[in-house]
Design a protein around this ligand. Structure first.
Ligand SMILES: NC(=O)c1ccc[n+]([C@@H]2O[C@H](COP(=O)([O-])OP(=O)(O)OC[C@H]3O[C@@H](n4cnc5c(N)ncnc54)[C@H](OP(=O)(O)O)[C@@H]3O)[C@@H](O)[C@H]2O)c1
Length: 381
């Protein structure tokens, strides 16, 4: 059959359109779309370079530190002198990250070690905290960084939680509560530190979150038929990071605990492994047809390649660039610790959240759900 160039172009346009529709259909419309888009496109490439910051004598824990933003943050905090403990689920990746962090932090850096942690298992978190009790005397920085994004179909953690809320929020809630109850989240007097920091890595994807709906349906785990969508669940989990931070800060203030502060942040849209599930949102093309589709796509794809790649590089960050706001929140001497505790940050500044991210009723409900599902309460808060 004779196929003209025009036919090929038409076929390519159809394929690209259907891929886009598939992706868009999988996406949930964000609340306040204009704010979401502008917040997502701000990609400052600024690097944290505050002089006279030393973390010598301090201890930092970082979850999901074997790749992406967590590994970059580990390198910097270690280079600034901190003892850094990488909390990772895969021992081989954790040990490899220890070597890389040590090498990149340089000879004047602090120490680095690895402790296993699977946030998808409360038993694993218990074991991690038990081990930390014998390995560290206190935690100056807890960086709740690990995450999974847009898992294509509803999956569950060991304890039966929907995976994204389970790993991204409930696992971190439980870890923080257990460390708190063990008395570990506290500043070390070394280096004059008087305030411990809990840094929660959230996202502008919290604009997708609809925890009000989950609250009305009493369905944080999205167990109702049709309640689950890959981006909706991710948005809920990132909104939970924002609200957990606000509620924890409010409770710390009320209890007069000005020695512990907490922040959430959006790192930027970053070129990390987090995007691993995106391929699952593309239409499936039979392997045998891939060369045909590839060839057909060339005439349209080639002219678009340069502008698309340029836009992608302009509006996204490398892992190193993306890690800078969480490094700043963990290490800066210039930060208004008390004043900005509980706030959401973006590109080194306090930023506005979605309306849901400031809803105290949802924050209170989430806290109560987190207590009930994990069985952990923060002593005294
Ligand atoms: N990249 C972005 O564009 C972007 C934008 C906004 C927010 N964020 C947030 O930034 C944080 C870091 O993500 P990233 O971009 O650096 O992605 P990444 O390179 O994929 O890192 C995620 C880390 O989380 C770990 N992890 C996943 N499930 C875990 C579990 N059950 N227990 C313990 N660790 C687990 C991963 O471990 P394995 O290597 O074993 O899988 C990995 O080390 C996430 O919270 C993400 O939501 C990222």
């Amino acid at each position: 059959m004779f196929v003209t160039r025009r036919d090929r172009n038409l076929l390519t346009v159809c394929l690209v359109m259907s891929a886009l529709f598939k992706i868009i259909a999988g996406l949930r419309m964000p609340q306040e779309p204009a704010k979401f888009v502008t917040a997502s496109l701000r990609a400052s490439k600024r690097i944290f370079d505050e002089p006279d910051v030393s973390l010598a004598g301090r201890t930092s824990l970082i979850t999901g530190a074997n790749s992406g933003l967590g590994r970059e943050a580990a390198i910097k905090l270690c280079a600034l002198g901190s003892k850094v403990v990488l909390l990772c689920r895969n021992p081989a990746l954790g040990e490899a990250a220890v070597k890389e962090v040590k090498a990149k932090a340089g000879p004047n850096g602090g120490s680095v070690s690895f402790v296993p942690l699977d946030l998808a298992s409360l038993a694993s978190i218990d074991a991690c905290v038990a081990r930390l009790q014998s390995e560290v005397s206190n935690v100056d920085v807890l960086m709740n960084n690990a995450g999974v994004m847009a898992v294509p179909t509803r999956e569950q953690t060991v304890d039966g939680f929907e995976t994204q809320i389970g790993v991204n929020h409930l696992g971190h809630y439980y870890l923080t509560a257990k460390l708190w109850n063990a008395g570990l989240i506290a500043p070390s007097p070394a280096n004059g530190n008087r305030v411990a920091r809990v840094v929660n890595v959230a996202s502008t994807a919290h604009f997708f979150g609809e925890l009000e709906t989950a609250m009305m349906d009493n369905d944080l785990l999205l167990a109702r038929p049709g309640a689950y969508s890959p981006w909706g669940a991710y948005g809920n989990s990132k909104l939970a990071n924002v609200l957990f931070t606000r509620e924890l800060a409010a409770r710390l203030r009320k209890a007069g605990r000005d020695d512990v502060v907490t922040f959430s942040l959006h790192p930027g849209v970053c070129r990390t492994d987090l995007w691993r599930h995106i391929a699952g949102a593309l239409p499936k093309v039979p392997r045998s047809l891939l060369p045909v589709v590839g060839l057909a796509a060339l005439p349209v794809a080639l002219p678009l390649a340069v502008p698309v790649a340029t836009a992608a590089l302009t509006f996204t960050k490398s892992s190193k660039e993306g890690a800078q706001t969480q490094i700043y929140l963990a290490a800066s001497n210039k930060l208004d610790l008390a004043g900005s505790s509980g706030e959401y940050h973006d590109n080194f500044k306090v930023a506005k959240t979605s309306d849901s991210g400031r809803n105290p009723a949802v924050a209170a409900w989430l806290w109560q759900q987190s207590e009930a599902l994990t069985g952990a309460k923060f002593d005294g808060l």
